[in-house]
Design a protein around this ligand. Structure first.
Ligand code: NDP
Ligand code: DGY
Length: 308
């Protein structure tokens, strides 16, 4: 808001709450707007674009993910899009590593046992989990965040770093990454980390067949988008012992209902989509999304414009 006010080039109509704007309110509020700054929880589809009308020149999202936006409709209308890549990469990678370690070393279970009196004494096999040292890690989507996760995991003593995706990446050399078919990654990895973007191709990628190819001692981690995972199949894989544990920062839906079967499992750690949630990162994302909006409104360069 400070950046937008200081620029003095626009009037701002603000949904002044941390809670998502109601759809009706969004459809009403966007009418006639030249720019829209939105969150990943706002579905920007033809209905919103039609409600906005022909003035709309720019949409700036406070996220790097853009799967909540109907890009084909946006393109048709010649609207520019700003997003927030890079500035949240470190925070999201850090959180993903924390989630991986929490699931692999059973941290929430341990904390719970300390609180509920389940900690009776030191016991040889109690709360044992899986360690990274000497392990094989598979990263699905070695993009900005996937690479930052790999960089952080390698110093734990990871022996092999496998990755899969559409194309081999030159930057993989820095972590000795081996580009392999997905099936090889699933069969050989002790940790499978999903950090790809959500596309029609990756939607539902992690399903029954996917989990059945993993080792039964393997840990699955997803910090991309919830719908990359078929949660019923994940639940089955976790309860039948097909895989050892899972850590999810993203789910379908968000929030996950408190009575969801995944939340009853000790071997599933679920976080409320907090990958980029550091004060500093969110501040930088906010500033970048304001600058993107201004660039679009003024017809100048945006610091981070999405090309599509
Ligand atoms: P990038 O675009 O840098 O990386 C996305 C990667 O996904 C690319 O390497 C791409 O590979 C890969 N990919 C695309 N299709 C496939 C596929 N079919 N199989 C495997 N890999 C595929 O984006 P970022 O790393 O910046 O962000 C990735 C995603 O992380 C975001 O889209 C968002 O959904 C999520 N995210 C979640 C956060 C959280 O809070 N949990 C925070 C920030 C982001 P290729 O180049 O070969 O196409
Ligand atoms: C994104 O930016 O796409 C995340 O999911 C939230 O930071």
């Amino acid at each position: 808001m400070k950046i937008l006010s200081a620029a003095g080039v626009c009037e701002v109509s603000l949904w002044d709450s941390d809670e998502p704007v109601q759809r009706e309110e969004l459809l009403r509020g966007v009418q006639g707007a030249h720019g829209l700054l939105c969150l990943l929880s706002d579905k920007i589809d033809a209905e919103v674009l039609d409600a906005a009308g022909p003035n709309l020149k720019v949409i700036s999202t406070l996220s790097v993910g853009f799967d909540h936006m109907a890009l084909d409709e946006i393109k048709k209308r010649g609207i520019r899009v700003g997003y927030t890549p890079d500035v949240l990469t470190d925070a999201t990678a850090e959180l993903t590593v924390a989630l991986l370690l929490s699931a692999a070393r059973r941290l929430p279970e341990g904390v719970e046992e300390v609180k509920n009196g389940g900690w009776s004494s030191w016991k040889p096999l109690w709360l044992c989990g899986y360690g990274l040292s000497g392990s094989t890690v598979g990263v699905i989507g070695l993009g900005r965040i996937g690479m930052a996760i790999a960089r952080r995991l390698v110093p734990f003593g990871v022996k092999r770093l496998l990755y899969s995706g559409r194309t081999a990446k030159a930057h993989a050399a820095e972590v000795n990454g081996e580009f392999v078919p997905l099936d090889t990654l699933l069969a050989e990895s002790d940790f499978v980390v999903v950090s790809c973007s959500l596309t029609p191709e990756t939607q539902g990628l992690c399903d029954k067949a996917f989990f059945s190819k993993m080792k039964n001692t393997a840990v699955f981690v997803n910090s991309s988008r919830g719908t990359v995972v078929n949660q019923e199949d994940l639940h089955e894989a976790l309860t039948s012992g097909k895989i050892a544990a899972a850590g999810l920062d993203v789910t379908t839906p968000e929030p996950l209902p408190t009575n969801h079967p995944l939340l009853a499992l000790k071997n599933c750690v679920v976080l409320p989509h907090i990958g980029s949630a550091t004060y500093s990162t969110r501040g930088i994302m906010g500033a970048l999304s304001a600058q993107n909006l201004l660039g679009g409104l003024q017809g100048t360069d945006m610091p981070s414009e999405l090309t599509f």
